[in-house]
Write a protein that binds this ligand. Structure first.
Ligand code: FES
Ligand SMILES: [Fe+2]
Length: 369
C-alpha cells in the first residue's frame, strides 16, 4: 500500500506539520511531490477518485438516449440521458473485458460495447451478451456498469468517480453568487472549438499556473497581459475551500471599443482541475488531468458571444490559444527544475499568488486525509 510515510522516507521529507507550516508561510509542497509516481497514485485515490470534475456542456446530453464520454482523473466515464430523463454516469469500461462502451458522444436506445456486443440499458444494466445462453454461470441480470456520480452545475455537466459523492452544490456553494452571473452570460455563447494541450509537467504545476496572474505581465505580454489589466490593484483573487475566483477589467480591445463599457474577465476554478471563464467576446469551460507523474493534459471548450464583434471574438480565440501555449512552454520548463531534486520547495508570494496557496492547502488536505 502506498503511504505518505513511505514517500516521506524515500525523499527525506519533513513531518506533515512542518509541510503544513511551510504552506502557511509561502512555501510550496515539497518538490518531490511533483515527480514521484506514488504521489500521483495517492492523488488518484484521495483526490481525483473523490472530486467533482468538468465533463461537458448539457447540450451533449439533452435528449433521451444521448451519451457523452469523458475522463475524471484516471477514470474513463460515460454519461447517459435515460428515457425517463435521468442523468446517469458509469465507468466507461465494459463488464466483459473492459473495452470502452463508447469512444465518442452519440445517441442510442441502448449502449452496445463495440468489442463483443454486450448490450446495456441506459441505466447501466446488462441486457444481453451474445452466446450467454451457452454459459450457465453467466447471469446477465447480476451485471451492470459501475456507477459514478453526475450532476449539472448550471449548463455544465460534472462527474465524480465516487458513486456516493457529496453533492456538487456543497463544494460550489461559496462561489455560486459569482458563477451564477458568469454562467448566465456564457450560456448565451455558441460553441466554437475544443482546445487540447498536452504538457510535460505535473498537473499541479499547470493548475498553479492557471491560478495566479503574477506571470501575466511577462509570459503573456502580447496575449492575456495585453488584453486585461493584470496589475496587483486590478486583478482580483478570492478563494474558498474548493473554489477560486479571479476577475479583471479589460484593458484593451481592437476596433476602437472602449474597454470601460465591458464587463471584463471572470474565471472560476473548482478543485482539483476544472474551470470556466468568460469575457465579453469569448468564454470557455474545461479541466486539467494528470496523464502521468510528470505529464498532464488540459481541455478547454471554447465559446464565442454571438452578439459581440465576431472579428474580435476570432482574435480573442487566437489570443487564448497563444496564452495557453505560453503557459505550456513555461510549465514544461518548470518541471525540469522540479525534477532536478535540488530545490526542496518553490516559494510563493502570499499576496500576488494567494490562490496558489489555497490550491496547495487543499491538495495537501486531500493527500493527508
Ligand atoms: S469487452 Fe465489451 S463485449 Fe467484450
Ligand atoms: Fe498563464
Amino acid at each position: 500500500m502506498i503511504t505518505l510515510d513511505a514517500i516521506r522516507a524515500r525523499h527525506g521529507l519533513p513531518p506533515n506539520a512542518a509541510i503544513t507550516e511551510g504552506l502557511d508561510r509561502g512555501l510550496s509542497l515539497p518538490t518531490a511531490l511533483y515527480v514521484d509516481p506514488d504521489v500521483l497514485q495517492l492523488e488518484h485515490q484521495k483526490i481525483f477518485d473523490r472530486c467533482w470534475q468538468y465533463a461537458c456542456h448539457e447540450d451533449a446530453l439533452r435528449n433521451p438516449g444521448d451519451y457523452a464520454v469523458t475522463q475524471a482523473g484516471r477514470t474513463p466515464i460515460i454519461i447517459t440521458r435515460d428515457h425517463d430523463g435521468a442523468l446517469r454516469g458509469f465507468v466507461n469500461a465494459c463488464r466483459h473485458r473492459l473495452h470502452p462502451i463508447a469512444t465518442e458522444n452519440g445517441n442510442r436506445r441502448m449502449l452496445q460495447c463495440p468489442y463483443h456486443a454486450w448490450t446495456y440499458q441506459l441505466d447501466g444494466q446488462l441486457r444481453s451478451a451474445p452466446r450467454s445462453q451457452r454459459e450457465p454461470e453467466l447471469d446477465c441480470s447480476a451485471i451492470a456498469l459501475e456507477p459514478v456520480s453526475v450532476e449539472p452545475w448550471d449548463q455544465w455537466i460534472f462527474v465524480n468517480p465516487d458513486p456516493h459523492a457529496e453533492p456538487l452544490s456543497a463544494v460550489t456553494a461559496p462561489i455560486r453568487h459569482l458563477t451564477d452571473d458568469l454562467n448566465a452570460d456564457l450560456v448565451k455563447y455558441r460553441f466554437s472549438a475544443r482546445y487540447e494541450y498536452s504538457m510535460s509537467c505535473n498537473w499541479k504545476v499547470w493548475a498553479e499556473n492557471a491560478l495566479e496572474c503574477y506571470h501575466c505581465p511577462t509570459l503573456h505580454r502580447t496575449s492575456f497581459g495585453k488584453t486585461y489589466k493584470v496589475g496587483p490593484d486590478d486583478y482580483r483573487l478570492e478563494s474558498w475551500g474548493d473554489t477560486i475566483w479571479h476577475s479583471s477589467p479589460t484593458k484593451w480591445v481592437p476596433n476602437d471599443v472602449d474597454p470601460a463599457t465591458l464587463k471584463g474577465f471572470r474565471f472560476a476554478f473548482l478543485f482539483p482541475g476544472s474551470f470556466c471563464a468568460v469575457d465579453d467576446y469569448v468564454g470557455f469551460a474545461g479541466r486539467v488531468f494528470p496523464t502521468g507523474p510528470e505529464t498532464c493534459s488540459a481541455v478547454a471548450d471554447m465559446y464565442t458571444n454571438p452578439e459581440g464583434d465576431q472579428e474580435i471574438a476570432e482574435q480573442w480565440l487566437a489570443m487564448w490559444d497563444q496564452t495557453l501555449r505560453e503557459d505550456k512552454l513555461a510549465t514544461d520548463l518548470q518541471q525540469v527544475g522540479y525534477h532536478s531534486g535540488r530545490i526542496p520547495n518553490a516559494r510563493i508570494l502570499l499576496e500576488s499568488e494567494s490562490s496558489l496557496q489555497a490550491f496547495l492547502r487543499r491538495t495537501w488536505t486531500g493527500l493527508t486525509a
